[in-house]
Design a protein around this ligand. Structure first.
Ligand SMILES: Nc1ncnc2c1ncn2[C@@H]1O[C@H](COP(=O)(O)OP(=O)(O)OP(=O)(O)O)[C@@H](O)[C@H]1O
Length: 625
């Protein structure tokens, strides 16, 4: 079974190498040409050394003086071989390096592009640490054998040429070669087979350690506030110890086989000298031939190791390649349509959800519906509040309206066009979703708002900031729009981060704005002011005034997941959901009167808010005293 697995790994590893060669055929050819040149020159060098000893050194001893012309010729020959060998090494190394790093770069790009193509549901099932490991160590592992590959190919050519030259020299030497070379090969194969499971385990452990480290650092706040440092450290230490053990077992095997691989060619040299002495006495060979062949065996050990390096890295390469393929061949992406909305068409858009049913794919591959037959409409220019108990499906509806996921049944349409038919540009240009947890890049305020989208001027940025009630605090920052906000916006408060991400959405002048509890960390009065401004279109930006100077209406239709009575009361209509179904729709007042569940929920929100306000006031009083 183990043998079969190793054979599988060998076959699959060779296929991965074949893939690499197909991707970079020219560079591979250059590297192999360099390596073959190097290999042939190793043999040539051995024969030149033999000739120098046999034809220059020995006669010089015999005569008691050296022939200057011959010495100069010998030196020139040795120098020429060395220079050509350097050319071979440079060609091989440059080629191998280029090939390895170009492949790594190409696959890093492919993997990250694929991450972005895959739907959110796929990301929910894969840990961020594992994804980082895929893009880093798996890509490196997959192409690791590329570095010694040209060397190994050149070595194979060299071995064939070496056997040929041995045969031409003396059949007894050829016999020694035919014994030692296959033995070296066999040892390398056994080595790589033993290495296979150890390398695969180490690679797996690397990914696990990376995943745990990422989770611990990401959840540092929870870990610290819950006093879980010791347990987290122990969890990490346990996996790190497993990785250490896996690597030690790799090292141990290396320690056992490396000396054997070094020794075998030396045994060959010894055998050549013993049988060579006999053959020399018999007059079957010359001293030149004996020295050449003995020298050849001493310099063979190193290049033959290249074959071992490739074989030893194959298991790790296959493990890395398999993990890359899991990402590259993952399915479930949501192709964009080809209907583009007119980019010049501004003003609010209409959103219609019709009979939408949706379930998150579970581990059992059986999607349990979290939304059932959801239908409602956000008329152009209107504000609709989505209200419901926790887990009722509000965020899921928000994700569907921004096409982060697609419904299993039913349709969602913007201005009458199914979201699935729209191009990526039309979706991003017309709909903006602002999530509850804001994401801020480690960049300037300006870059965080424009996100390199064309056509957003500083004037637009300030207009968006004013609309999001963020202009005040940005003006107070030391470098204004050029202020760096730190990783994930750590230099800003939660409410400031939320307003910054809201401004980012507004700067793109969306025609539908979906706020998924996007202002929860903002003071209620500020939240009400933001919503009132969004509804009124008073932003001082390009939409503030109509061409004839008259007052404007709202720039966007708004769907807002709301938890505060003041926010809910501002909406034109409320959609009340429970357990993934729309229970009631109407104005806030109507629902209060007709829907007991809604009245209870809003009353509970109100009580919680009053309690929070009371606590804040008490804290303020204590602070004054
Ligand atoms: N990524 C996910 N994978 C599987 N189930 C999910 C996922 N996200 C949400 N759910 C489930 O879908 C249901 C609806 O969740 P959703 O987040 O839409 O509710 P919500 O009304 O926004 O809740 P809250 O008010 O607490 O934010 C819940 O039962 C939740 O467990």
């Amino acid at each position: 079974m183990a043998t079969k697995t190793s054979r599988d790994v060998l076959g699959r590893g060779i296929r991965v190498l074949g893939r690499a060669i197909r991707e970079e055929p020219r560079i591979f050819t250059v590297a192999v040409a360099g390596s073959v040149l190097f290999g042939l020159l190793i043999i040539a060098n051995a024969y030149v050394v033999g000739a120098v000893v046999g034809k220059v050194v020995v006669p010089a001893f015999a005569r008691g003086r050296a022939d200057t012309g011959l010495v100069a010729l010998a030196a020139a020959a040795l120098l020429a071989v060395s220079v050509l060998r350097v050319v071979g090494i440079v060609g091989r190394r440059l080629g191998a390096g280029y090939m390895q790093y170009r492949l790594q770069a190409a696959y890093r790009r492919r993997v990250t592009r694929r991450y972005l193509e895959l739907p959110l549901s796929w990301h929910h099932r894969h840990a961020t640490g594992t994804l980082l490991s895929n893009a880093n160590s798996d890509v490196e592992a997959a192409w690791f054998p590329i570095a010694p590959l040209p060397f190994a190919v050149g070595t194979l050519v060299m071995l064939v040429a070496a056997i040929g030259s041995l045969l031409a020299t003396d059949w007894v030497f050829a016999l020694v070669g035919l014994t030692i070379f296959p033995a070296l090969f066999a040892l390398n194969v056994v080595y790589s087979r033993r290495m296979a499971p150890r390398q695969a385990r180490a690679q797996r452990m690397r990914a696990e350690v990376s995943a745990i480290a990422h989770e611990s650092f990401d959840g540092a706040l929870v870990v610290k506030t819950m006093g879980r440092e010791a347990q987290e450290t122990a969890r990490f230490a346990a996996r790190a110890a497993e990785l250490r053990d896996a690597l030690i077992s790799v090292g141990r095997l290396r320690g056992l086989f490396d000396p054997m691989l070094e020794t075998l060619p030396s045994i060959g040299t010894l055998a050549v000298l013993v049988v060579g002495a006999v053959r020399l006495r018999e007059g079957a060979i010359t001293i030149t031939e004996l020295v050449s062949v003995a020298f050849l065996f001493t310099v063979l050990a190193f290049p033959v190791r290249a074959v071992g390096w490739v074989l030893a890295e194959l298991p790790r390469s296959v493990a890395g390649w398999d993990r890359l393929q899991d990402v590259l061949t993952a399915t479930g992406e949501m192709p964009y349509g080809d209907t583009a909305l007119d980019p010049d068409r501004r003003g609010p858009a209409e959103l219609v959800l019709d009979g939408v049913t949706f379930g998150y794919p579970s581990a059992a591959d059986e999607a349990v519906p979290v939304l059932r037959d959801v239908s409602f409409r956000v008329p152009a220019g209107r504000t609709v509040a989505l209200v419901g108990p926790t887990g009722s499906g509000k965020s899921t509806i928000a994700s569907l309206t921004a096409r982060l996921v697609d419904p299993d049944h039913g349709t969602i349409a913007l201005d009458g066009i199914d979201l699935r038919s729209l191009t990526a540009g039309s979706l991003a240009g017309n709909i903006a979703l602002v999530a509850q947890v804001p994401f801020v890049f480690d960049d300037t305020v300006r870059a965080n708002i424009t996100l390199d989208r064309p056509g957003i001027t500083d004037r637009d940025v300030w207009a968006a900031l004013r609309l999001a009630e963020a202009a005040g605090f940005v003006e107070a920052l030391p470098d204004g729009l050029d202020t760096m906000v730190g990783e994930r916006g750590t230099s800003l408060s939660g409410g400031q981060r939320q307003r910054l991400t809201l401004a980012r959405a507004l700067a793109g002048r969306p025609r539908l704005l979906v706020l998924d509890d996007a202002t929860s960390a903002v003071d209620p009065r500020v939240e009400a002011a933001i919503l009132a401004a969004l509804r009124g279109g008073r932003d001082g930006g390009p939409d503030a005034v109509t061409p004839d100077g008259g007052p404007t209406g709202p720039a966007a239709s708004i769907l807002v997941v709301a938890y505060r009575r003041a926010t809910i009361a501002l909406a034109d209509e409320v959609v009340y959901v429970e357990q993934g179904r729309v229970i009631a729709r109407g104005t806030h007042q109507t629902l209060l009167a007709t829907t007991p569940g809604y009245a209870d929920l809003v009353t509970a929100y109100e009580k919680a808010e009053a309690e929070r306000d009371r606590r804040h006031e008490e804290e303020a009083e204590v602070a004054v005293q």
